[in-house]
Ligand binder design. Structure first.
Ligand code: G1P
Length: 289
């Protein structure tokens, strides 16, 4: 059964929660130790088998394009100075069998609209969506786990996890029933309900596999929460036509759109980093004394 090979990255968000750091540079370029968030997202997509990375961009996002472009001058200089490891790290950002496509969202009309902007490139294929500020440490990577589910079921799959009841107003929340271990069938989905109105505490995090029918649905969707075209509303419409699954992934998520989540990710990734893990662990211990 077929798998997805196209992944869309919506990088249109303004990064308000990270101002002033994100005034002139995109939130997706914030580094976790030594790699920007968007690179972790791209690596996850590539590990899942993606060969086309489609970035929906907006104002102030040009450095993302530069990041995935080749930097021949920098490479030549690293080569000349014998910095082989750095050179490999740089060349490894984008393997040669993978291509990047950048589409500019003309107006900040919401996540649903950003995904709709990918329609001319995605065409009549199912595709993944990754929101880079949800960094998920998982083995195998979450998009790969979800692509395996897609290969078996050939329908839309949403990555979900339980959140605290007080947190429902930050997420798309699903009502679903279990059909297999960790796999549920959607009954409804609602964008950012207040805890009292939430059908459950099962939240969609920034991982989706969607069938191309979603584009028809998004074209019909009216502005929803916050006056934006919401992907959640498009998915709710899609339910009329097709089964949609929610997949409880295995992995640890860091909400890197929040300062606390971002710092947690940096500390935990540093504690696993081949270059600095031991020294950083000793440093943290010294702080506790
Ligand atoms: C978006 C979606 C929301 C989803 C969340 C995951 O919200 O609209 O349904 O649960 O991403 O991170 P945002 O965080 O962009 O406000």
């Amino acid at each position: 059964m077929s798998k997805i090979t196209k992944v869309v990255f919506s990088v249109v968000g303004l990064g308000i929660r990270f101002l002033p750091a994100t005034k002139a540079s995109p939130k997706e370029m914030l580094p976790i130790v030594d790699k920007p968030l968007i690179q972790y997202a791209a690596e996850e997509a590539i590990a899942a088998g993606a060969t086309e990375l489609i970035f929906i961009t907006g104002r102030n996002k040009r450095s993302i394009e530069d990041h995935f472009d080749n930097a021949s001058e920098l490479e030549a200089s690293l080569e000349a100075s014998g910095k082989k490891e750095m050179l490999e790290a740089l060349k490894g950002i984008l393997p040669s069998h993978v291509s990047c496509i950048f589409i500019r969202q003309p107006k900040a009309l919401g996540l649903g609209h950003a995904v709709l902007c990918a329609k001319p490139v995605v065409g009549n294929a199912s595709f993944g969506v990754i929101l880079a500020d949800d960094l998920i440490d998982a083995n195998p990577p979450v998009m790969q786990q979800m692509n395996n589910v897609y290969a078996r079921k050939q329908c839309s799959v949403l990555g979900v996890e339980d959140v605290l009841p007080l947190e429902t107003a930050s997420y798309g929340i699903v009502d679903a029933f279990e059909i297999e271990q960790n796999l549920l069938k959607l009954k409804s989905i609602v964008e950012k309900p207040k805890p009292a109105d939430a059908p459950s505490t099962l939240a969609v995090v920034g991982r989706y596999i969607l069938t191309p029918k979603i584009f028809d649905c998004l074209e019909k969707v009216k502005p929803g929460k916050g006056g934006e075209i919401q992907l959640t509303d498009g998915i709710s419409d899609l339910m009329q036509y097709e089964d949609i699954l929610a997949y409880r992934f295995a992995g640890k998520r860091y909400d890197c759109g929040s300062k606390l989540g971002f710092m947690k990710a940096n500390v935990e990734y540093a504690l696993k980093h081949s270059e600095i893990a031991d020294d950083f662990a000793s440093y943290l211990k010294s702080l506790k004394r």
